[in-house]
Design a protein around this ligand. Structure first.
Ligand code: MN
Length: 227
């Protein structure tokens, strides 16, 4: 311990429903995983291979507050299922993928849409639009031993009570086992990795003063105030 030349930063954690902390190693996000959302973003909903980007582990924020970020006039909500892994590996077969899941949570993939759009146009990476401070508000993590593995749950997001996004896990183009299997062909997955599984249609802007309420059947509700 005395060899650190600076105090080591704290390990990012997710609170577990009922107590305890889940240590986070990496955050992977899947893009365009609901056909209706792919269409609204101007893409073909055909089953192209999934693609991934990353957020920073310390972007996860369970405080219930989202601080409107700088340098954007168009910050969007994307409600998503978070999948937390208890183990990993490479080339994980689809049939064994769920064995690696520790639990599930509701998460918001907040996006500086204007900066993301500019990055897309210029062929640049997405971090500036996706991986900013507080960009992943998250609810408590529920152990799969209690929830099972949701595959047909309703997912929705309301802003100030008005329904903005709705869908069902059954509409995901790439299901949770396929996401894990595919990711593990490109990366070595490990305990502590989490995956955001894409958003249903209806993404849109928020402004300070808004209250976002995200619900996934079986995982309760996540309320986040925009300040
Ligand atoms: Mn997303």
């Amino acid at each position: 311990m005395t060899d650190f030349v600076l105090p080591p930063p704290p390990c990012p954690v997710l609170p577990v429903a009922g107590g305890g902390l889940f240590p986070v190693r990496r955050v992977y996000c899947i893009g365009r995983n609901y056909a209706a959302h792919a269409i609204e973003m101007g893409h073909d909903p055909d089953r192209e291979p999934p693609f991934f980007f990353q957020k920073n582990p310390d972007n996860l924020d369970a405080s219930g507050t989202f601080r409107y970020p700088p340098r954007s006039q168009d910050v969007h909500h994307e409600v998503e299922l978070l999948v937390a892994l208890k183990s990993g590996g490479t080339d994980i077969p689809v049939e064994r993928a769920l064995d690696h899941v520790w639990g599930y949570a509701i998460c918001l993939d907040m996006t500086r849409r204007d900066l993301q759009a500019e990055a897309k146009t210029l062929g640049r990476p997405w971090e500036i639009g996706k991986a900013f401070e507080g960009s992943a508000p998250v609810g408590p993590l529920h152990p799969a031993t209690q929830t099972g593995h949701p595959d047909r749950s309703r997912i929705e997001l309301r802003v100030n009570g008005a329904l903005r996004q709705e869908g069902d896990m059954a509409q995901m183009i790439w299901k949770v086992p396929e996401m894990i299997a595919c990711l593990s062909r490109y990366f070595e997955l490990r305990a502590g990795d989490v995956i955001l599984s894409g958003t249903p249609a209806g993404v849109g802007a928020v402004v300070p003063g808004d209250t976002m309420t995200a619900t996934i059947d079986g995982l309760g509700q996540l309320t986040v105030r925009v300040v």
